[in-house]
Each structure stands twice: as structure tokens, then as C-alpha cells.
Design a protein around this ligand. Structure first.
Ligand SMILES: C=C(O[C@@H]1C=C(C(=O)O)C=C[C@H]1O)C(=O)O
Length: 116
């Protein structure tokens, strides 16, 4: 069935179905984002770039908040969206740090000290 626009919903069960549809799509997008973060730590092993890239974190949050403003969200909601991203990025950075640490440990154990 076609998605209903908000004003087309005649009862709460229709509203809840649409919210469930949107939540599933958001989770799918976060899963897709995770795929790229997973690739990021692998590439950072060769560039020696750390998990935390402060300028990039700021850029991502600025972009997301600008987009939220363009969508006419009230300022408090723009801040809320920014906070959600900060939280998500915080988790991804920890994930990358852990992966990089594990990869480094495996390298040390295998006797590869990085010098060619
Ligand atoms: C993906 C990266 O790694 C980290 C995670 C980020 C993210 O989840 O958007 C952003 C910056 C990084 O600290 C990156 O450096 O771009």
C-alpha cells in the first residue's frame, strides 16, 4: 500500500504504521552508514589517520544541522538532531578505535612492526 501523507491519516493506527515505516527506513540508512564507517577504519590502517578526525566530525554535524534547518525544523529540533548525530558519531568513533586497536594488536602478535 502507498504511504499516506500525514494529513491523509484518519486514525492512530495509520499514523503508527507510517511512523513504523519511517523508523525501518532510518535503521536501514544507519546500517548502510555503518558499512562506510567499517570501511573507514580499514583505510585508516594504511594512512595512520586516527579514529577521531575532529574537523570531519564538525563538518558532518554542521551539514546535518544545515539540512535540518532547510527542512524548516524549529531551532530546538535542529539542536536535537545535531545531538543525535553527535551521539551516533561518538559510538562510531569508539567502534573505529576498538577495531584499529585490535588490528594493531594482531599486527604486533604476528611480528609485523610496520617497518618495511
Ligand atoms: C568516518 C570517519 O571516522 C570518524 C567517524 C565519523 C562519522 O561517523 O561520521 C566522522 C569522523 C571520524 O572521527 C571519518 O574520519 O570520516
Amino acid at each position: 500500500m502507498d504511504p499516506k501523507r500525514p494529513w491523509e491519516c484518519a486514525d492512530m493506527s495509520q499514523v503508527r504504521s507510517e511512523i513504523d515505516r519511517i523508523d525501518a527506513a532510518l535503521v536501514d540508512l544507519i546500517a548502510e552508514r555503518y558499512g562506510y564507517v567499517d570501511r573507514a577504519w580499514q583505510l585508516k590502517m594504511t594512512t595512520q589517520e586516527g579514529a577521531v578526525v575532529q574537523w570531519r566530525i564538525q563538518q558532518v554535524i554542521d551539514r546535518v544541522k544545515a539540512r535540518a534547518s532547510e527542512k524548516n525544523m524549529p531551532p530546538e529540533m535542529v539542536d536535537m538532531v545535531g545531538a543525535q548525530w553527535r551521539n551516533m558519531i561518538g559510538w562510531f568513533v569508539q567502534y573505529e578505535e576498538e577495531k584499529l586497536r585490535q588490528a594493531q594488536d594482531a599486527k604486533v602478535k604476528s611480528g609485523d612492526n610496520g617497518s618495511a
